[in-house]
Design a protein around this ligand. Structure first.
Ligand code: PRX
Length: 649
């Protein structure tokens, strides 16, 4: 056994990297640093070459237009269709009978679709959409469980040029309503319900009010998944199955410009209003296709499983578009890892002979806590590559993953990226990069990442700073939907010419990146972004609340958990019942993922003299650290009162 794995005192800098095995390297797509050198020599020539892996209806005549920063454009005048790249071209290349999509439901029901079959489904649904008057540029909201129809719906939108906005199925109907409104969707695609840990979670009936209060919505399509009852609205609600029954199974793809919008995905920022991150067609597809092939070292026979939900960017880029564009077999599972038993994921890896497994550190920490007996009793020998995404992975979890899931035999690609970047940005190449547990290692070829100080100067080894991207990349967000000003202010104003990621980081002496997490008021809860302001806005909407401050407290499994400090209206008494009510209220407004773990009542919040809430102090209190100088506060008494009260709790 490798001694390094057990010596936690070795500093990250001194760790000798884990090198890929000879066997892995022999078969790897990239075995040396040639790809890095090629991209360094001529970044745009590199991306132009990568774009050759995509089928274009008309070739572009310029790789990058950087005349109007930060509104960059890629593959100018190129024409293509994403569904053609993900489906038709594989069928036309003789891979029509290859499995494109494998699905297992929580109850053990299965679906397997070849490329030919998935293309038929997508064409049928595209025709159904067209029959409802949906066409190029129309926004469609998808609020669905993890079932194959969700993927069919996304691809059908791309076929006809509609812009999808997938809303995570776990978000509340109110959050759904806000996103329908902002995107001005004409159509909503949902299900009667979702299966979750043996229970039926109603969707269509839960969304009744949200749909009724969305004036832009002309039609609602419902997949019958659970048999959960609801009151259909005549003239508006339609059944998926009815539409598919009579639909034709061929559909001419829309010819899309490389810069036509592909999808909107809402993500949390530092204000209460989620940002509609807009991705376009050509650059996005080139970015996810290239990274999928190289980061996951994709081989024809791979069975690939990414455990994300399609409601997040990881689901978009690395369940749907990357894998299907590369002609892979992508597996999806409807349920959670602990139902009906805590070995459910390992059972699925054994059953489907999964070769590549991509999950989040929060899940890995749960697996660790549940114990080795669960993976140990399953045959995981089909695995050859593991991946991690969503938050920094602690070395202990990395080592456990490596040993207990990968049998010390699979490289781990720790991939850093964001909803905004669209594609993986910092990552190992598994046949090349020596791995240091906890480091996402190096920028992908063709990506220029750096760590800078307050002035925007590169920091030296070991010096903490802010992670930035120094030049445009193909899958970058193009703007925030209907809010170009916020786009410029959020990402491009801190350092002229540099993209500001919102993450803190440092580089070690070998040039490896170590990501430290968000530096703004965005929390990372189980690998998902929730803005403190979103939760605060939800809390102050409650009639008993005057003011609220929300912080992320370090949490063993989730990365962060939400702690709220709440000031109540005059005459309202804090009680356990009210705590429960407020938690439920946030759950209703945003979704269960944003429910505060702790709510603490206080007569006042600590503020600077200019009235800014000092969340840093609240974080120190919650994590029981010493508080520095508090004399600059408006009312220094407040802090000691909160501190005392918090300790007693
Ligand atoms: O803080 C970083 C963290 O997740 C943020 C992006 O969140 P989201 O847009 O929801 O996308 C998540 C999936 C791509 C980043 O700003 N993050 C993501 N991956 C990593 C990470 N932090 C450290 N290491 C990672 N591998």
């Amino acid at each position: 056994m490798d001694e390094r794995k057990h010596d936690k005192n070795v500093s990250e800098n001194e760790v000798k990297p884990f090198q890929p095995s000879v066997n892995f390297v022999e078969q790897a797509k990239v075995k040396d640093d040639s790809l890095y050198r090629e991209a360094e020599n001529d970044r745009l020539a590199f991306w132009s070459k990568m774009a050759e892996n995509i089928e274009w209806m008309e070739k572009w005549d310029q790789v990058l237009d950087d005349q109007n920063p930060p509104f960059y454009k890629w593959f100018i005048n190129g024409k293509l269709n994403v569904s053609v790249n993900c489906l038709d071209r594989h069928v036309n290349n003789g891979r029509g009978d290859k499995q494109a999509l494998l699905f297992e439901g929580e109850n053990g029901d299965t679906v397997s679709l070849t490329y030919k079959e998935l293309l038929n489904e997508v064409c049928k649904f595209s025709n159904a959409l067209k029959g409802l008057g949906i066409g190029k540029g129309d926004a469609v909201t998808i609020w669905m469980p993890m079932i194959p129809e969700a993927i069919t719906a996304m691809l059908a939108c791309t076929r006809i040029g509609a812009v999808h906005s997938v809303v995570f199925g776990g978000f509340s109907p109110e959050a759904l309503k806000d996103r329908i409104k902002d995107s001005e969707s004409k159509l909503v695609i949902t299900a009667d319900g979702a299966n979750r840990r043996g229970k039926e979670i109603p969707m269509r009936s839960a969304a009744e009010e949200a749909l009724d209060q969305s004036p832009t919505v002309e039609k609602v399509i419902i997949v019958e998944r659970t048999g959960t009852s609801y009151q259909p609205k005549e003239g508006r609600d339609l059944l998926w199955e009815d539409l598919m029954k009579d639909a034709e199974d061929s559909c001419e793809p829309e010819i899309m410009d490389a810069e036509d919008p592909l999808f909107i995905l809402y993500s949390s920022g530092t204000t209460g209003k989620p940002k509609g991150i807009l991705h376009t067609t050509g650059g996005y597809l080139v970015g996810v296709d290239t990274t999928f092939r190289y980061v996951f070292d994709h081989r024809e026979e791979d069975i690939y499983w990414c455990t994300a939900d399609i409601g997040w960017i990881t689901g978009h880029s690395y369940i749907v578009y990357g894998p299907l564009s590369a002609g892979s077999t992508t597996f999806i599972y409807e349920g959670t890892p602990d139902y009906p038993a805590r070995d459910r994921f390992w059972e699925l890896i054994e059953k489907y002979k999964i070769t590549i497994f991509y999950t989040a550190p929060t899940a890995i920490r749960s697996f660790m806590r549940w114990g080795n007996q669960h993976p140990d009793k399953r045959d995981l020998s089909s695995l050859r590559l593991l991946g991690s995404v969503g938050e920094p992975i602690n070395p202990e979890a990395w080592l456990w993953y490596h040993e207990h899931i990968g049998n010390a035999n699979c490289p781990i690609v720790d991939t850093w990226w964001q909803t905004e970047t669209g594609m993986i940005m910092i990552t190992p190449l598994p046949g090349v990069t020596g791995l240091k547990p906890g480091s996402a290692t190096m920028a992908f070829p063709g990506i220029e990442a750096d760590v800078v100080d307050d002035q925007g100067n590169s920091t030296g080894p070991g010096q903490r700073g802010f992670l930035v991207i120094k030049s445009p990349w193909p899958a970058m967000l193009r703007t925030l939907y209907k809010d170009p000003e916020r786009f410029e202010n959020t990402y491009w104003k801190q350092y002229p010419g540099l993209y500001f990621t919102g993450d803190g980081a440092w580089k070690d002496g070998d040039g490896y990146f170590w990501i430290m997490g968000r530096v703004d008021d965005v929390l990372n809860i189980s690998g998902h972004r929730i803005g403190t302001m979103e939760v605060e806005s939800a809390l102050v909407e409650h009639p008993s609340v005057t003011e609220a401050a929300v912080i992320g407290k370090v949490h063993e499994i989730k990365g962060h958990s939400i702690t709220s400090f709440v000031t109540l209206k005059e005459g309202v008494e804090g009680s356990d019942d009210l705590v429960q009510e407020l938690k439920a209220h946030v759950g209703k407004k945003i979704g269960a993922i944003a429910r505060p773990e702790e709510i603490f009542f206080t007569y006042e919040l600590p503020k600077t003299r200019s009235g800014k809430i000092m969340r840093r102090l609240l974080r120190d209190i919650a994590e029981q650290r010493d508080l520095g100088d508090v004399t600059t506060l408006m009312d220094p008494q407040v802090v000691s009162a909160i501190k005392e009260g918090y300790k007693e709790k």
